[in-house]
Structure formats: structure tokens, C-alpha cells
Write a protein that binds this ligand. Structure first.
Ligand SMILES: [Mn+2]
Length: 434
């Protein structure tokens, strides 16, 4: 007796491959796990009569001489096959799989290739043997192929997957049925993951940007995780959000990032992790990593992501013209007029910054006699300052927050430069593409 089986949480590629197995091995009995993906379950509730399958407990394992396993190479992903594994040794295993993770089945024969879907491998054989497919079979196989390749858009898709799709369309696969059963962009799986993420959501500040990094364990293949991360970012209203998605059945993890601000370039961050993307979105596939380490790595990359590391010290104007704290308001008024500026830093005896005097402060003068008072009586204190190592974005934020046009750049209490609104503007506008 031959049996064909596949992994638990059976998806369309797995189910289609089991059925394709019955085409290639007509004597073999198809065995489906009890746990099926909801969309496969929905499909079977209507098409059950067309695809006769059995469950593991209907099988006398002693009679099994060959087990054909599709879409997984791991014993742990098979359902209720432990008895077969333990008791019986005189049987052989055939394997059809496109996953690249560890295989512990020890098959005597295998078709194990890196390709978009297992069903592509089986369609290759069906085509080679000139076996006619029914439109129903062709439809099911195409659903499996489209699901595992994201309608041929995932980076794992190969030219052969596209040829297999063409062959299935030639075999009269029905695209209307197909669209009914393919998972919608935002379906049950995506909803559950989003809810799980929201329940454990935490915000962090990096370079004064709000960021959320969340780790979720996912079961089997889940598409459209990028959409989930984007919804998560939207709901939390953070500048950038990252999802670290750990696969429960292998040592892989997908990192997906979404940003809503120019200051956080997701593409650059993800590229340094070996992935790809553009400034707003990106993803990387990592192997053998701990979520905690990925999180720390992301935080490190984020804190180094200061607009290409340009610092205030690269942009500020210097030397700075200052006035002493005991200068009279009358003198200061003249200096401002002569220099054509709107404000000046005020320094104490030891040249340390003590305040800022601006044209606005002159409105505080009520009597003419006050013009002879020292500037320290009218200056604004404490001055809002910035560290020379901060980013231009940080400067812009401070300017907006305090409604000021200039920021003294202070190092060890001493003023070493001035970052003005125009310095900031020059920087941000120079960043814009031509
Ligand atoms: Mn698959």
C-alpha cells in the first residue's frame, strides 16, 4: 500500500500537491491531516465529493510500503504519523518539496528544489508524462501555485512557476473559482496577527522618533504581512513599525518595516540586514536568529540612522557673535540693527551661555529708562540649546516645539555655534531629489 500525505495546517500548495500525487501515483491513498488552513477547509466543504481523501486513523500502517510526502521534509510537521515512524522500518519515503529547511525524512527518492511552489514540481512531471488534467484539478493546482507565490509576485517565484501557471491555464483552470478561494489580502490570518501585535504593542523613542518593534510567531505561510505591519503602524500612530515574524516550524524569521517619515529610511536599514526595500517599506529574511537579537540590531541601526549621520556640527554657523550679560539693552538694540539679525546669545563672565536676547524681548520694555538696564534682565532663559552630535531633524523639532529660529550649539556649557532655521532648511532641501 502507498500513501500520500503532507504537513498539518495544510495550505493550498500542500493540498494541491496531495491531489497531484494521486495523479502521478494512481494507486496511492491520499491522507489529509485533520488540521487544514481555513481556506482549504472552505474549498473542501464544497468540493469534498470530487477529492476523496482519508485520515491517518483509517490506515493500517503495517500495510504501508511507501509514503509519498509533499510540501514538507519534516516528520514533526506530519500529523499522526508517529506510529509509522516508530513501529515500521520496512517502508520507503518519496519526497516532493520546495522548502529549503532541514529534511529528516531520509527519502529513498526526492524531488527537492528551491522553487515557488511544490505543485510546480509536480506539474512538471504531469506535463512530461502527458497526463490530461481535468479543469477542476487544473484550478486547484493553480490556486496552490498562486497562494505560495503570491500570484507569482514573491521573490521565491521562478520562471518555471510562471510556465506551470500557463500550463494550468491551458488546462482550463477557472480563474473565477480561483479568486473565490485564494486568501484575501486582509483575511483571518492577517487579522489574528494584527490583534496579537496590538495586544503586546510597545513604543520606544529612538532619536526622538516613535518606533514600535513587535515579535510574533507565525504558523505556516502567511501572506501580506507587510500590510499587517502598515496597519499596525497606522493604529499605533508611530513614525516607524517593525514586525519580527518567527516561523514556528523552521529557524527563519522575516523582518518587515514600515516608516511614515523621511528621517527613517526603512530600505537602508533593511539592506544592512541583507534584505531590500524602499524608504517607506522593506523586508528581510533572516536565518537562525533570536528575536531579541534582531530587536537590538534594529534599534542600533535606527539610532545610527540620523539622515546619513549628518550632525549639527556639520551645519552650524560659527564663530558666534555673543553679547556679555551686563551689556545694556540700548547697546544690544544697536548691535542687532547693525548686524541685521533677530537675536543673539548672551554669555556670562566665563563665556558660558546664560540666555538668548531677541528682538521680541524688546517688547518687554515699558519705560525708556529700561534701555539702560543690562540684557540679562530681559533675555530669555533658560536657553533652548542643542548638542553638536544631534541630527538636523532633532534641531527642526526643537525649533518647531519652542517656536524659535536659532539654536545655540553647546558643548560642555560653551557655545560653539548657532544652528539657524536657514541652516536647517538648506540641509533638508538639499536632500530633496532634483
Ligand atoms: Mn508550499
Amino acid at each position: 500500500m502507498q500513501i500520500i500525505t503532507t504537513h498539518r495546517n495544510t495550505d493550498f500548495d500542500a493540498f494541491a500537491s496531495v491531489i497531484a500525487g494521486t495523479v502521478l501515483y494512481p494507486d496511492a491513498v491520499p491522507i489529509l491531516p485533520k488540521s487544514l488552513n481555513p481556506n482549504v477547509r472552505a474549498f473542501l466543504s464544497i468540493h469534498k465529493d470530487l477529492f476523496e481523501t482519508r485520515s491517518a486513523d483509517e490506515i493500517d500502517f503495517n500495510a504501508v510500503s511507501r509514503m509519498i510526502v509533499v510540501d514538507t521534509g519534516s516528520w514533526s510537521r506530519l500529523e499522526r504519523m508517529d506510529d509509522l515512524r516508530r513501529k515500521k522500518t520496512d517502508f520507503e519515503i518519496f519526497l516532493w518539496d520546495h522548502h529549503q529547511n532541514q529534511c529528516d525524512l531520509n527519502p529513498v527518492w526526492a524531488c527537492h528544489e528551491k522553487i515557488g511552489a511544490t505543485i510546480t514540481l509536480m506539474v512538471r512531471e504531469i506535463k512530461k508524462r502527458n497526463i490530461m488534467l481535468t479543469p477542476m484539478q487544473a484550478t486547484l493546482f493553480l490556486v496552490g501555485l498562486y497562494e505560495d507565490t503570491g500570484n507569482l509576485t514573491f521573490s521565491s517565484t521562478t520562471a518555471e512557476d510562471a510556465y506551470a501557471a500557463a500550463y494550468l491555464l491551458e488546462s482550463r483552470a477557472d480563474l473565477n473559482i480561483l479568486s473565490t478561494f485564494l486568501q484575501p489580502a486582509y483575511g483571518e490570518k492577517q487579522k489574528n496577527i494584527l490583534f496579537e501585535m496590538l495586544q503586546s504593542a510597545k513604543r520606544t523613542k529612538v532619536n526622538n522618533m516613535s518606533v514600535s518593534i513587535n515579535t510574533v510567531t507565525i504558523r505556516g505561510h502567511v501572506g501580506n504581512l507587510s500590510l499587517v505591519v502598515n496597519m499596525y503602524r497606522d493604529i499605533l500612530n508611530v513614525d516607524a513599525a517593525f514586525g519580527i515574524f518567527m516561523h514556528d516550524d523552521n529557524d527563519r524569521c522575516i523582518v518587515i518595516g514600515r516608516s511614515n517619515v523621511d528621517a527613517i529610511n526603512i530600505g537602508a536599514i533593511i539592506r544592512s540586514m541583507g534584505g531590500g526595500g524602499h524608504p517607506g517599506a522593506g523586508s528581510a529574511m533572516l536565518k537562525a536568529v533570536k528575536p531579541k537579537a534582531v530587536r537590538e540590531w534594529l534599534l542600533e541601526l535606527l539610532s545610527g540612522n540620523q539622515q546619513g549621520s549628518v550632525q549639527i556640527s556639520d551645519l552650524m554657523s560659527y564663530p558666534v557673535f555673543t553679547v556679555a550679560a551686563d551689556t545694556t539693552m540700548e547697546e544690544v538694540g544697536q548691535i542687532l540693527k547693525e548686524r541685521g539679525c533677530t537675536g543673539l546669545p548672551v554669555v556670562g563672565e566665563d563665556e558660558k551661555l546664560v540666555g538668548i536676547i531677541s528682538r521680541r524681548d524688546f517688547k518687554k520694555i515699558r519705560k525708556n529708562g529700561q534701555l539702560l538696564s543690562p540684557v540679562k534682565a530681559f533675555m530669555s532663559t533658560p536657553p533652548v540649546t542643542i548638542d553638536p552630535r544631534k541630527s538636523p531633524m532633532e534641531a527642526a523639532r526643537l525649533m518647531v516645539k519652542h517656536d524659535i529660529g536659532r539654536l545655540p550649539v553647546v558643548k560642555d556649557g560653551r557655545i560653539i555655534g548657532i544652528m539657524s532655521r536657514s541652516d536647517a532648511m538648506t540641509y533638508f532641501y538639499d536632500l530633496l531629489p532634483d
